[in-house]
Design a protein around this ligand. Structure first.
Ligand SMILES: [Zn+2]
Length: 422
């Protein structure tokens, strides 16, 4: 009964318009966040759907765990200069189709990960491109201007906000994900969030640089739980949840601590799911194990067929592609992967399902959160769950002039330049 009701009232207008006869419960990112908050000490996966196999496997795991989940793709992965076949414009269509095909009844949000704004030119382009993302079924977005100085980060979020529907999930970011360098501080995070609050903008999530890196984990330092908690506590009046990036490869104990000890409700996982779907050797945390030559170790009978893997390695070598850059094989090989036998395609999805199910149930505490998201939507009798916070900061104290002056007093180490994208 409540699933049907949620289907009726809980799907945002862009989803209803795109998929009028669908039985897939695609929802705002807010609904997923609220479900984790309702359960408490819980976070769910935001799976970067670098391939259709990752998307299908994640949906199957979510259904089995009865968990609300997020399927996402980053601008670098699926944007205008994509290296994946899954894009910001076809992701919702794929998720909706697979949900109907597989009989998925858990709520799923469609998130644009790291929608990077690195310049004024990007900002102008975003004003056209972001509305097109929502027209294509996006229901949640990460505005990532963390590459810019603090005042520009804040101003970019403010300027672009009118392009983001109020009902959508909204993630913002302070401090680019750079491992142990340029760690975020409470001062930086408060500057961004108080400035937004003063202008009536209330993000659902904040992403921090709390010690992880995207891709293959080189070191085991990983997530700094204490720093994450310190910043989340400083932000408590603004009712933000945390979005954990660079989850792949972090040990489960630390991930469980993040779910239990901080306000994190979303854990982005990209690289590990790609590797698991391909059938290369990974450690228990999904971190790829490289041989002495720095090459991946393909496990026979798992993931892609041996013949196709040989072709992938040959292609990579011909392009000088190594290690983490293997992610660039997603686009050229998606159709070849889809052209494999049903048995091979299914084992790729099943491997992702098993990996994600274990994370959801045994690490993230996301089991049985689907009914909590459905309950929130049915109770609101709407797809729009509104903001968690109210404006408590004075806009007069956050004029452009004053916020620029404030930003100039922030002492922070942004860490080294470079390509740290997903
Ligand atoms: Zn990220």
């Amino acid at each position: 009964m409540s699933f049907e009701k949620a289907l009726e009232v809980g799907r945002p207008p862009n989803i209803v318009k795109l998929f009028p006869n669908s039985k897939a419960l695609l929802v705002s990112g807010k609904a997923v966040d609220r479900a984790m908050i309702a359960k408490g000490k819980a976070m769910t996966i935001a799976a970067n759907g670098r391939s259709s196999f990752v998307i299908k496997g994640t949906l199957q795991a979510a259904q089995k765990a009865n968990a609300a989940v997020i399927i996402e793709i980053a601008k670098s992965e699926g944007g205008a200069a994509a290296y994946c076949d899954v894009s910001l414009w076809n992701m919702a269509r794929q998720v909706d189709a697979y949900c109907n095909e597989l009989g998925i009844t858990v709520p799923v949000a469609i998130h644009a990960d790291h929608y990077g704004i690195k310049s004024d030119d990007d900002l102008e382009k975003a004003k056209v491109e972001i509305p097109s993302l929502f027209d294509a079924g996006i229901t949640s977005i990460a505005i990532d201007a963390s590459h810019r100085p603090d005042d520009e980060n804040l101003l970019s979020n403010m300027e672009i906000n009118s392009c983001v529907p109020q009902w959508a999930g909204y993630e913002t970011e302070v401090g680019e994900i750079k491992g142990t360098q340029g760690l975020s501080t409470s001062e930086e995070a408060l500057f961004l969030i108080q400035g937004l609050n003063a202008h009536g903008l209330h993000p659902d999530w904040i992403a921090l640089n709390n010690g992880t890196t995207h891709g293959i984990e080189a070191s085991d330092t990983g997530i700094n739980v204490e720093l994450t908690n310190e910043i989340h506590e400083a932000l408590a009046p603004y009712k933000l949840s945390g979005a954990q990036h660079g989850t792949s490869g972090n040990n489960s104990d630390r991930l469980t601590r993040i779910a239990e000890e901080t306000q994190t409700t979303k854990a982005n996982v990209a690289t590990a799911l790609q590797m698991v779907s391909w059938g290369v050797k990974v450690n228990e945390f999904g971190n790829a194990i490289l041989d002495d030559n720095g090459e991946f170790i393909k496990e026979e009978g798992k993931g892609v067929s041996e013949e196709l893997w040989a072709e992938m390695v040959e292609y990579a070598q011909s392009k000088g592609i190594k290690g983490g850059d293997y992610k660039k094989l997603n686009l050229p090989f998606e159709n070849k992967l889809l052209g494999q036998t049903a048995e091979v395609r299914e084992r790729m999805c099943k491997a992702v399902e098993d990996f994600v199910y274990d994370l959801l149930v045994n690490v993230f505490n996301a089991k049985d959160t689907a009914p909590l998201a459905i309950e929130a939507l049915v109770k609101a009798n709407s797809y729009d769950l509104g903001s968690k916070a109210e404006s408590i900061e004075d806009a007069a104290e956050w004029t452009e002039e004053k916020l620029r002056a404030r930003a100039s007093t922030i002492e922070s180490d942004k860490g080294p330049e470079g390509d740290w994208d997903d």
